[in-house]
Design a protein around this ligand. Structure first.
Ligand SMILES: Nc1ncnc2c1ncn2[C@@H]1O[C@H](COP(=O)(O)OP(=O)(O)OP(=O)(O)O)[C@@H](O)[C@H]1O
Length: 349
């Protein structure tokens, strides 16, 4: 549905050119909810604004629904943009217009007649749960309701793609959840492709099918959310995952372990700090099975939690395995055979 080919974006900065995006290639399938995550300044806003050519790239091509937007005339681009709705962090509503009036605006601009506008807007307000608020003004509704107006307005032209630029960043956690639920529902019911940018892994975890990690204008990794969460390939991803899932040990525990690992062996036993991630659900008694098989190894569970990623349990444990290195290596292989992702943490800095 969306293809980015070799997108580079340079801006003039005070100390010379800034490369906000560097050679970005990306393909987003029809009906996907695709997330782009990155730290502040990574290039996320630039990337999402490139998708509807609000920002024209210095180099590269943007193809949406088979049309190369970068090659269109201004008129054709205006028409093509009707296929792409957008919602924003600060909602961008007109305060002088009612809820109905805000949603109706793109249709009025397109020259639609009043009766047709009503027939389009009222079901949209129903869809986003704002029928009762249709005559209110933006100052008379909550932040979550404002974003619902933004969503209804973005859907007015019946787009095939919805772009979400940090749409939940200004909202509290509960409202964020309700907006994400709504996005999920319209993705499903309207078969809409959604691309969202965010700096919050929680948002990615809650709704996205796939995710791209952007840093300093480059895509570091792309993959299904579960895969990226289970096996982040880059330090930046790990740090963005942070507390969302238990890739990082709590600092106090790290400090204690550093002392303990310093004097690493007692007799034949060595301490091995392992991170175990359960990819295939946490309902298998894999750990007790391993403990029975490898009774010579002491397993000390240091830290763990169970999260849910896309409705599936996701378990992560930090375990100190103390035993002969060859036996611990065998136990690690045993766990891997049973679908557990095992990683030895060597660096406690
Ligand atoms: N119009 C512009 N002119 C000059 N520099 C720009 C422009 N837009 C973005 N930049 C620069 O490009 C880089 C990427 O910015 P961008 O806003 O895309 O990042 P971001 O990941 O969305 O960050 P944030 O989460 O803080 O909004 C930054 O260094 C920014 O200063």
């Amino acid at each position: 549905m969306i293809e980015l080919h070799r997108i580079t974006q340079r801006f003039a900065g005070p100390k010379g050119p800034i490369e906000a995006l560097h050679d970005v290639n990306l393909t987003i399938g029809a009906g996907e909810i695709f997330g782009v995550i990155g730290r502040s300044g990574a290039g996320k806003s630039t990337l999402i604004r490139t998708l509807n050519l609000l920002t024209r790239p210095t180099d590269g091509r943007v193809v949406v629904a088979g049309r190369d937007l970068t090659a269109l005339t201004p008129d054709a681009l205006r028409a093509a943009r009707r296929d792409i709705g957008m919602i924003f962090q600060h909602f961008n509503l007109l305060s002088s217009r009612t809820v109905f009036g805000n949603v109706a605006l793109p249709l009025e601009l397109a020259g639609m007649r009043r009766a047709e506008i009503e027939a389009t807007v009222l079901p949209l307000l129903e869809l986003v749960g704002l029928s009762a608020q249709k005559d209110r003004y933006p100052t008379q509704i909550s932040g979550g309701q404002k974003q619902r107006v933004g969503i209804a307005r973005a859907l007015a032209n019946r787009p095939r793609v919805l772009l979400s630029d940090e749409a939940t960043s200004a909202l509290d956690p509960e409202t964020t959840r309700s907006i994400l639920d709504l996005l999920k529902r319209i993705n499903h019911e309207l078969k809409l492709t959604i691309v969202l940018i965010t700096h919050q892994m929680e948002v990615i975890k809650a709704v996205c099918d796939r995710v791209a990690v952007l840093d300093a204008g480059r895509i570091l990794e792309v993959g299904p959310v579960r895969e990226v969460f289970l096996q982040p390939q880059h330090e930046v991803t790990r740090s963005l995952l942070g507390e969302t899932i238990a890739h990082e040990l709590p600092p106090a525990l790290k400090a204690r372990l550093r002392v303990q690992m310093h004097d690493n062996h007692a007799g034949e036993k060595y301490h091995h700090l392992l991170r175990l991630a359960f990819a295939s659900g946490v309902d298998q008694p894999v750990l007790s099975e391993t403990m029975r098989h490898y009774a010579m190894i002491d397993f000390n569970i240091l830290h763990g939690r169970i999260d849910e990623v896309q409705g599936q349990p996701f378990g992560s444990l930090a375990v100190l395995a103390s035993g002969a290195p060859v036996k611990v290596a065998e136990a690690m292989a045993f766990l891997r055979q049973r679908g557990v992702l095992v990683e030895e943490l060597l660096d406690l800095e």
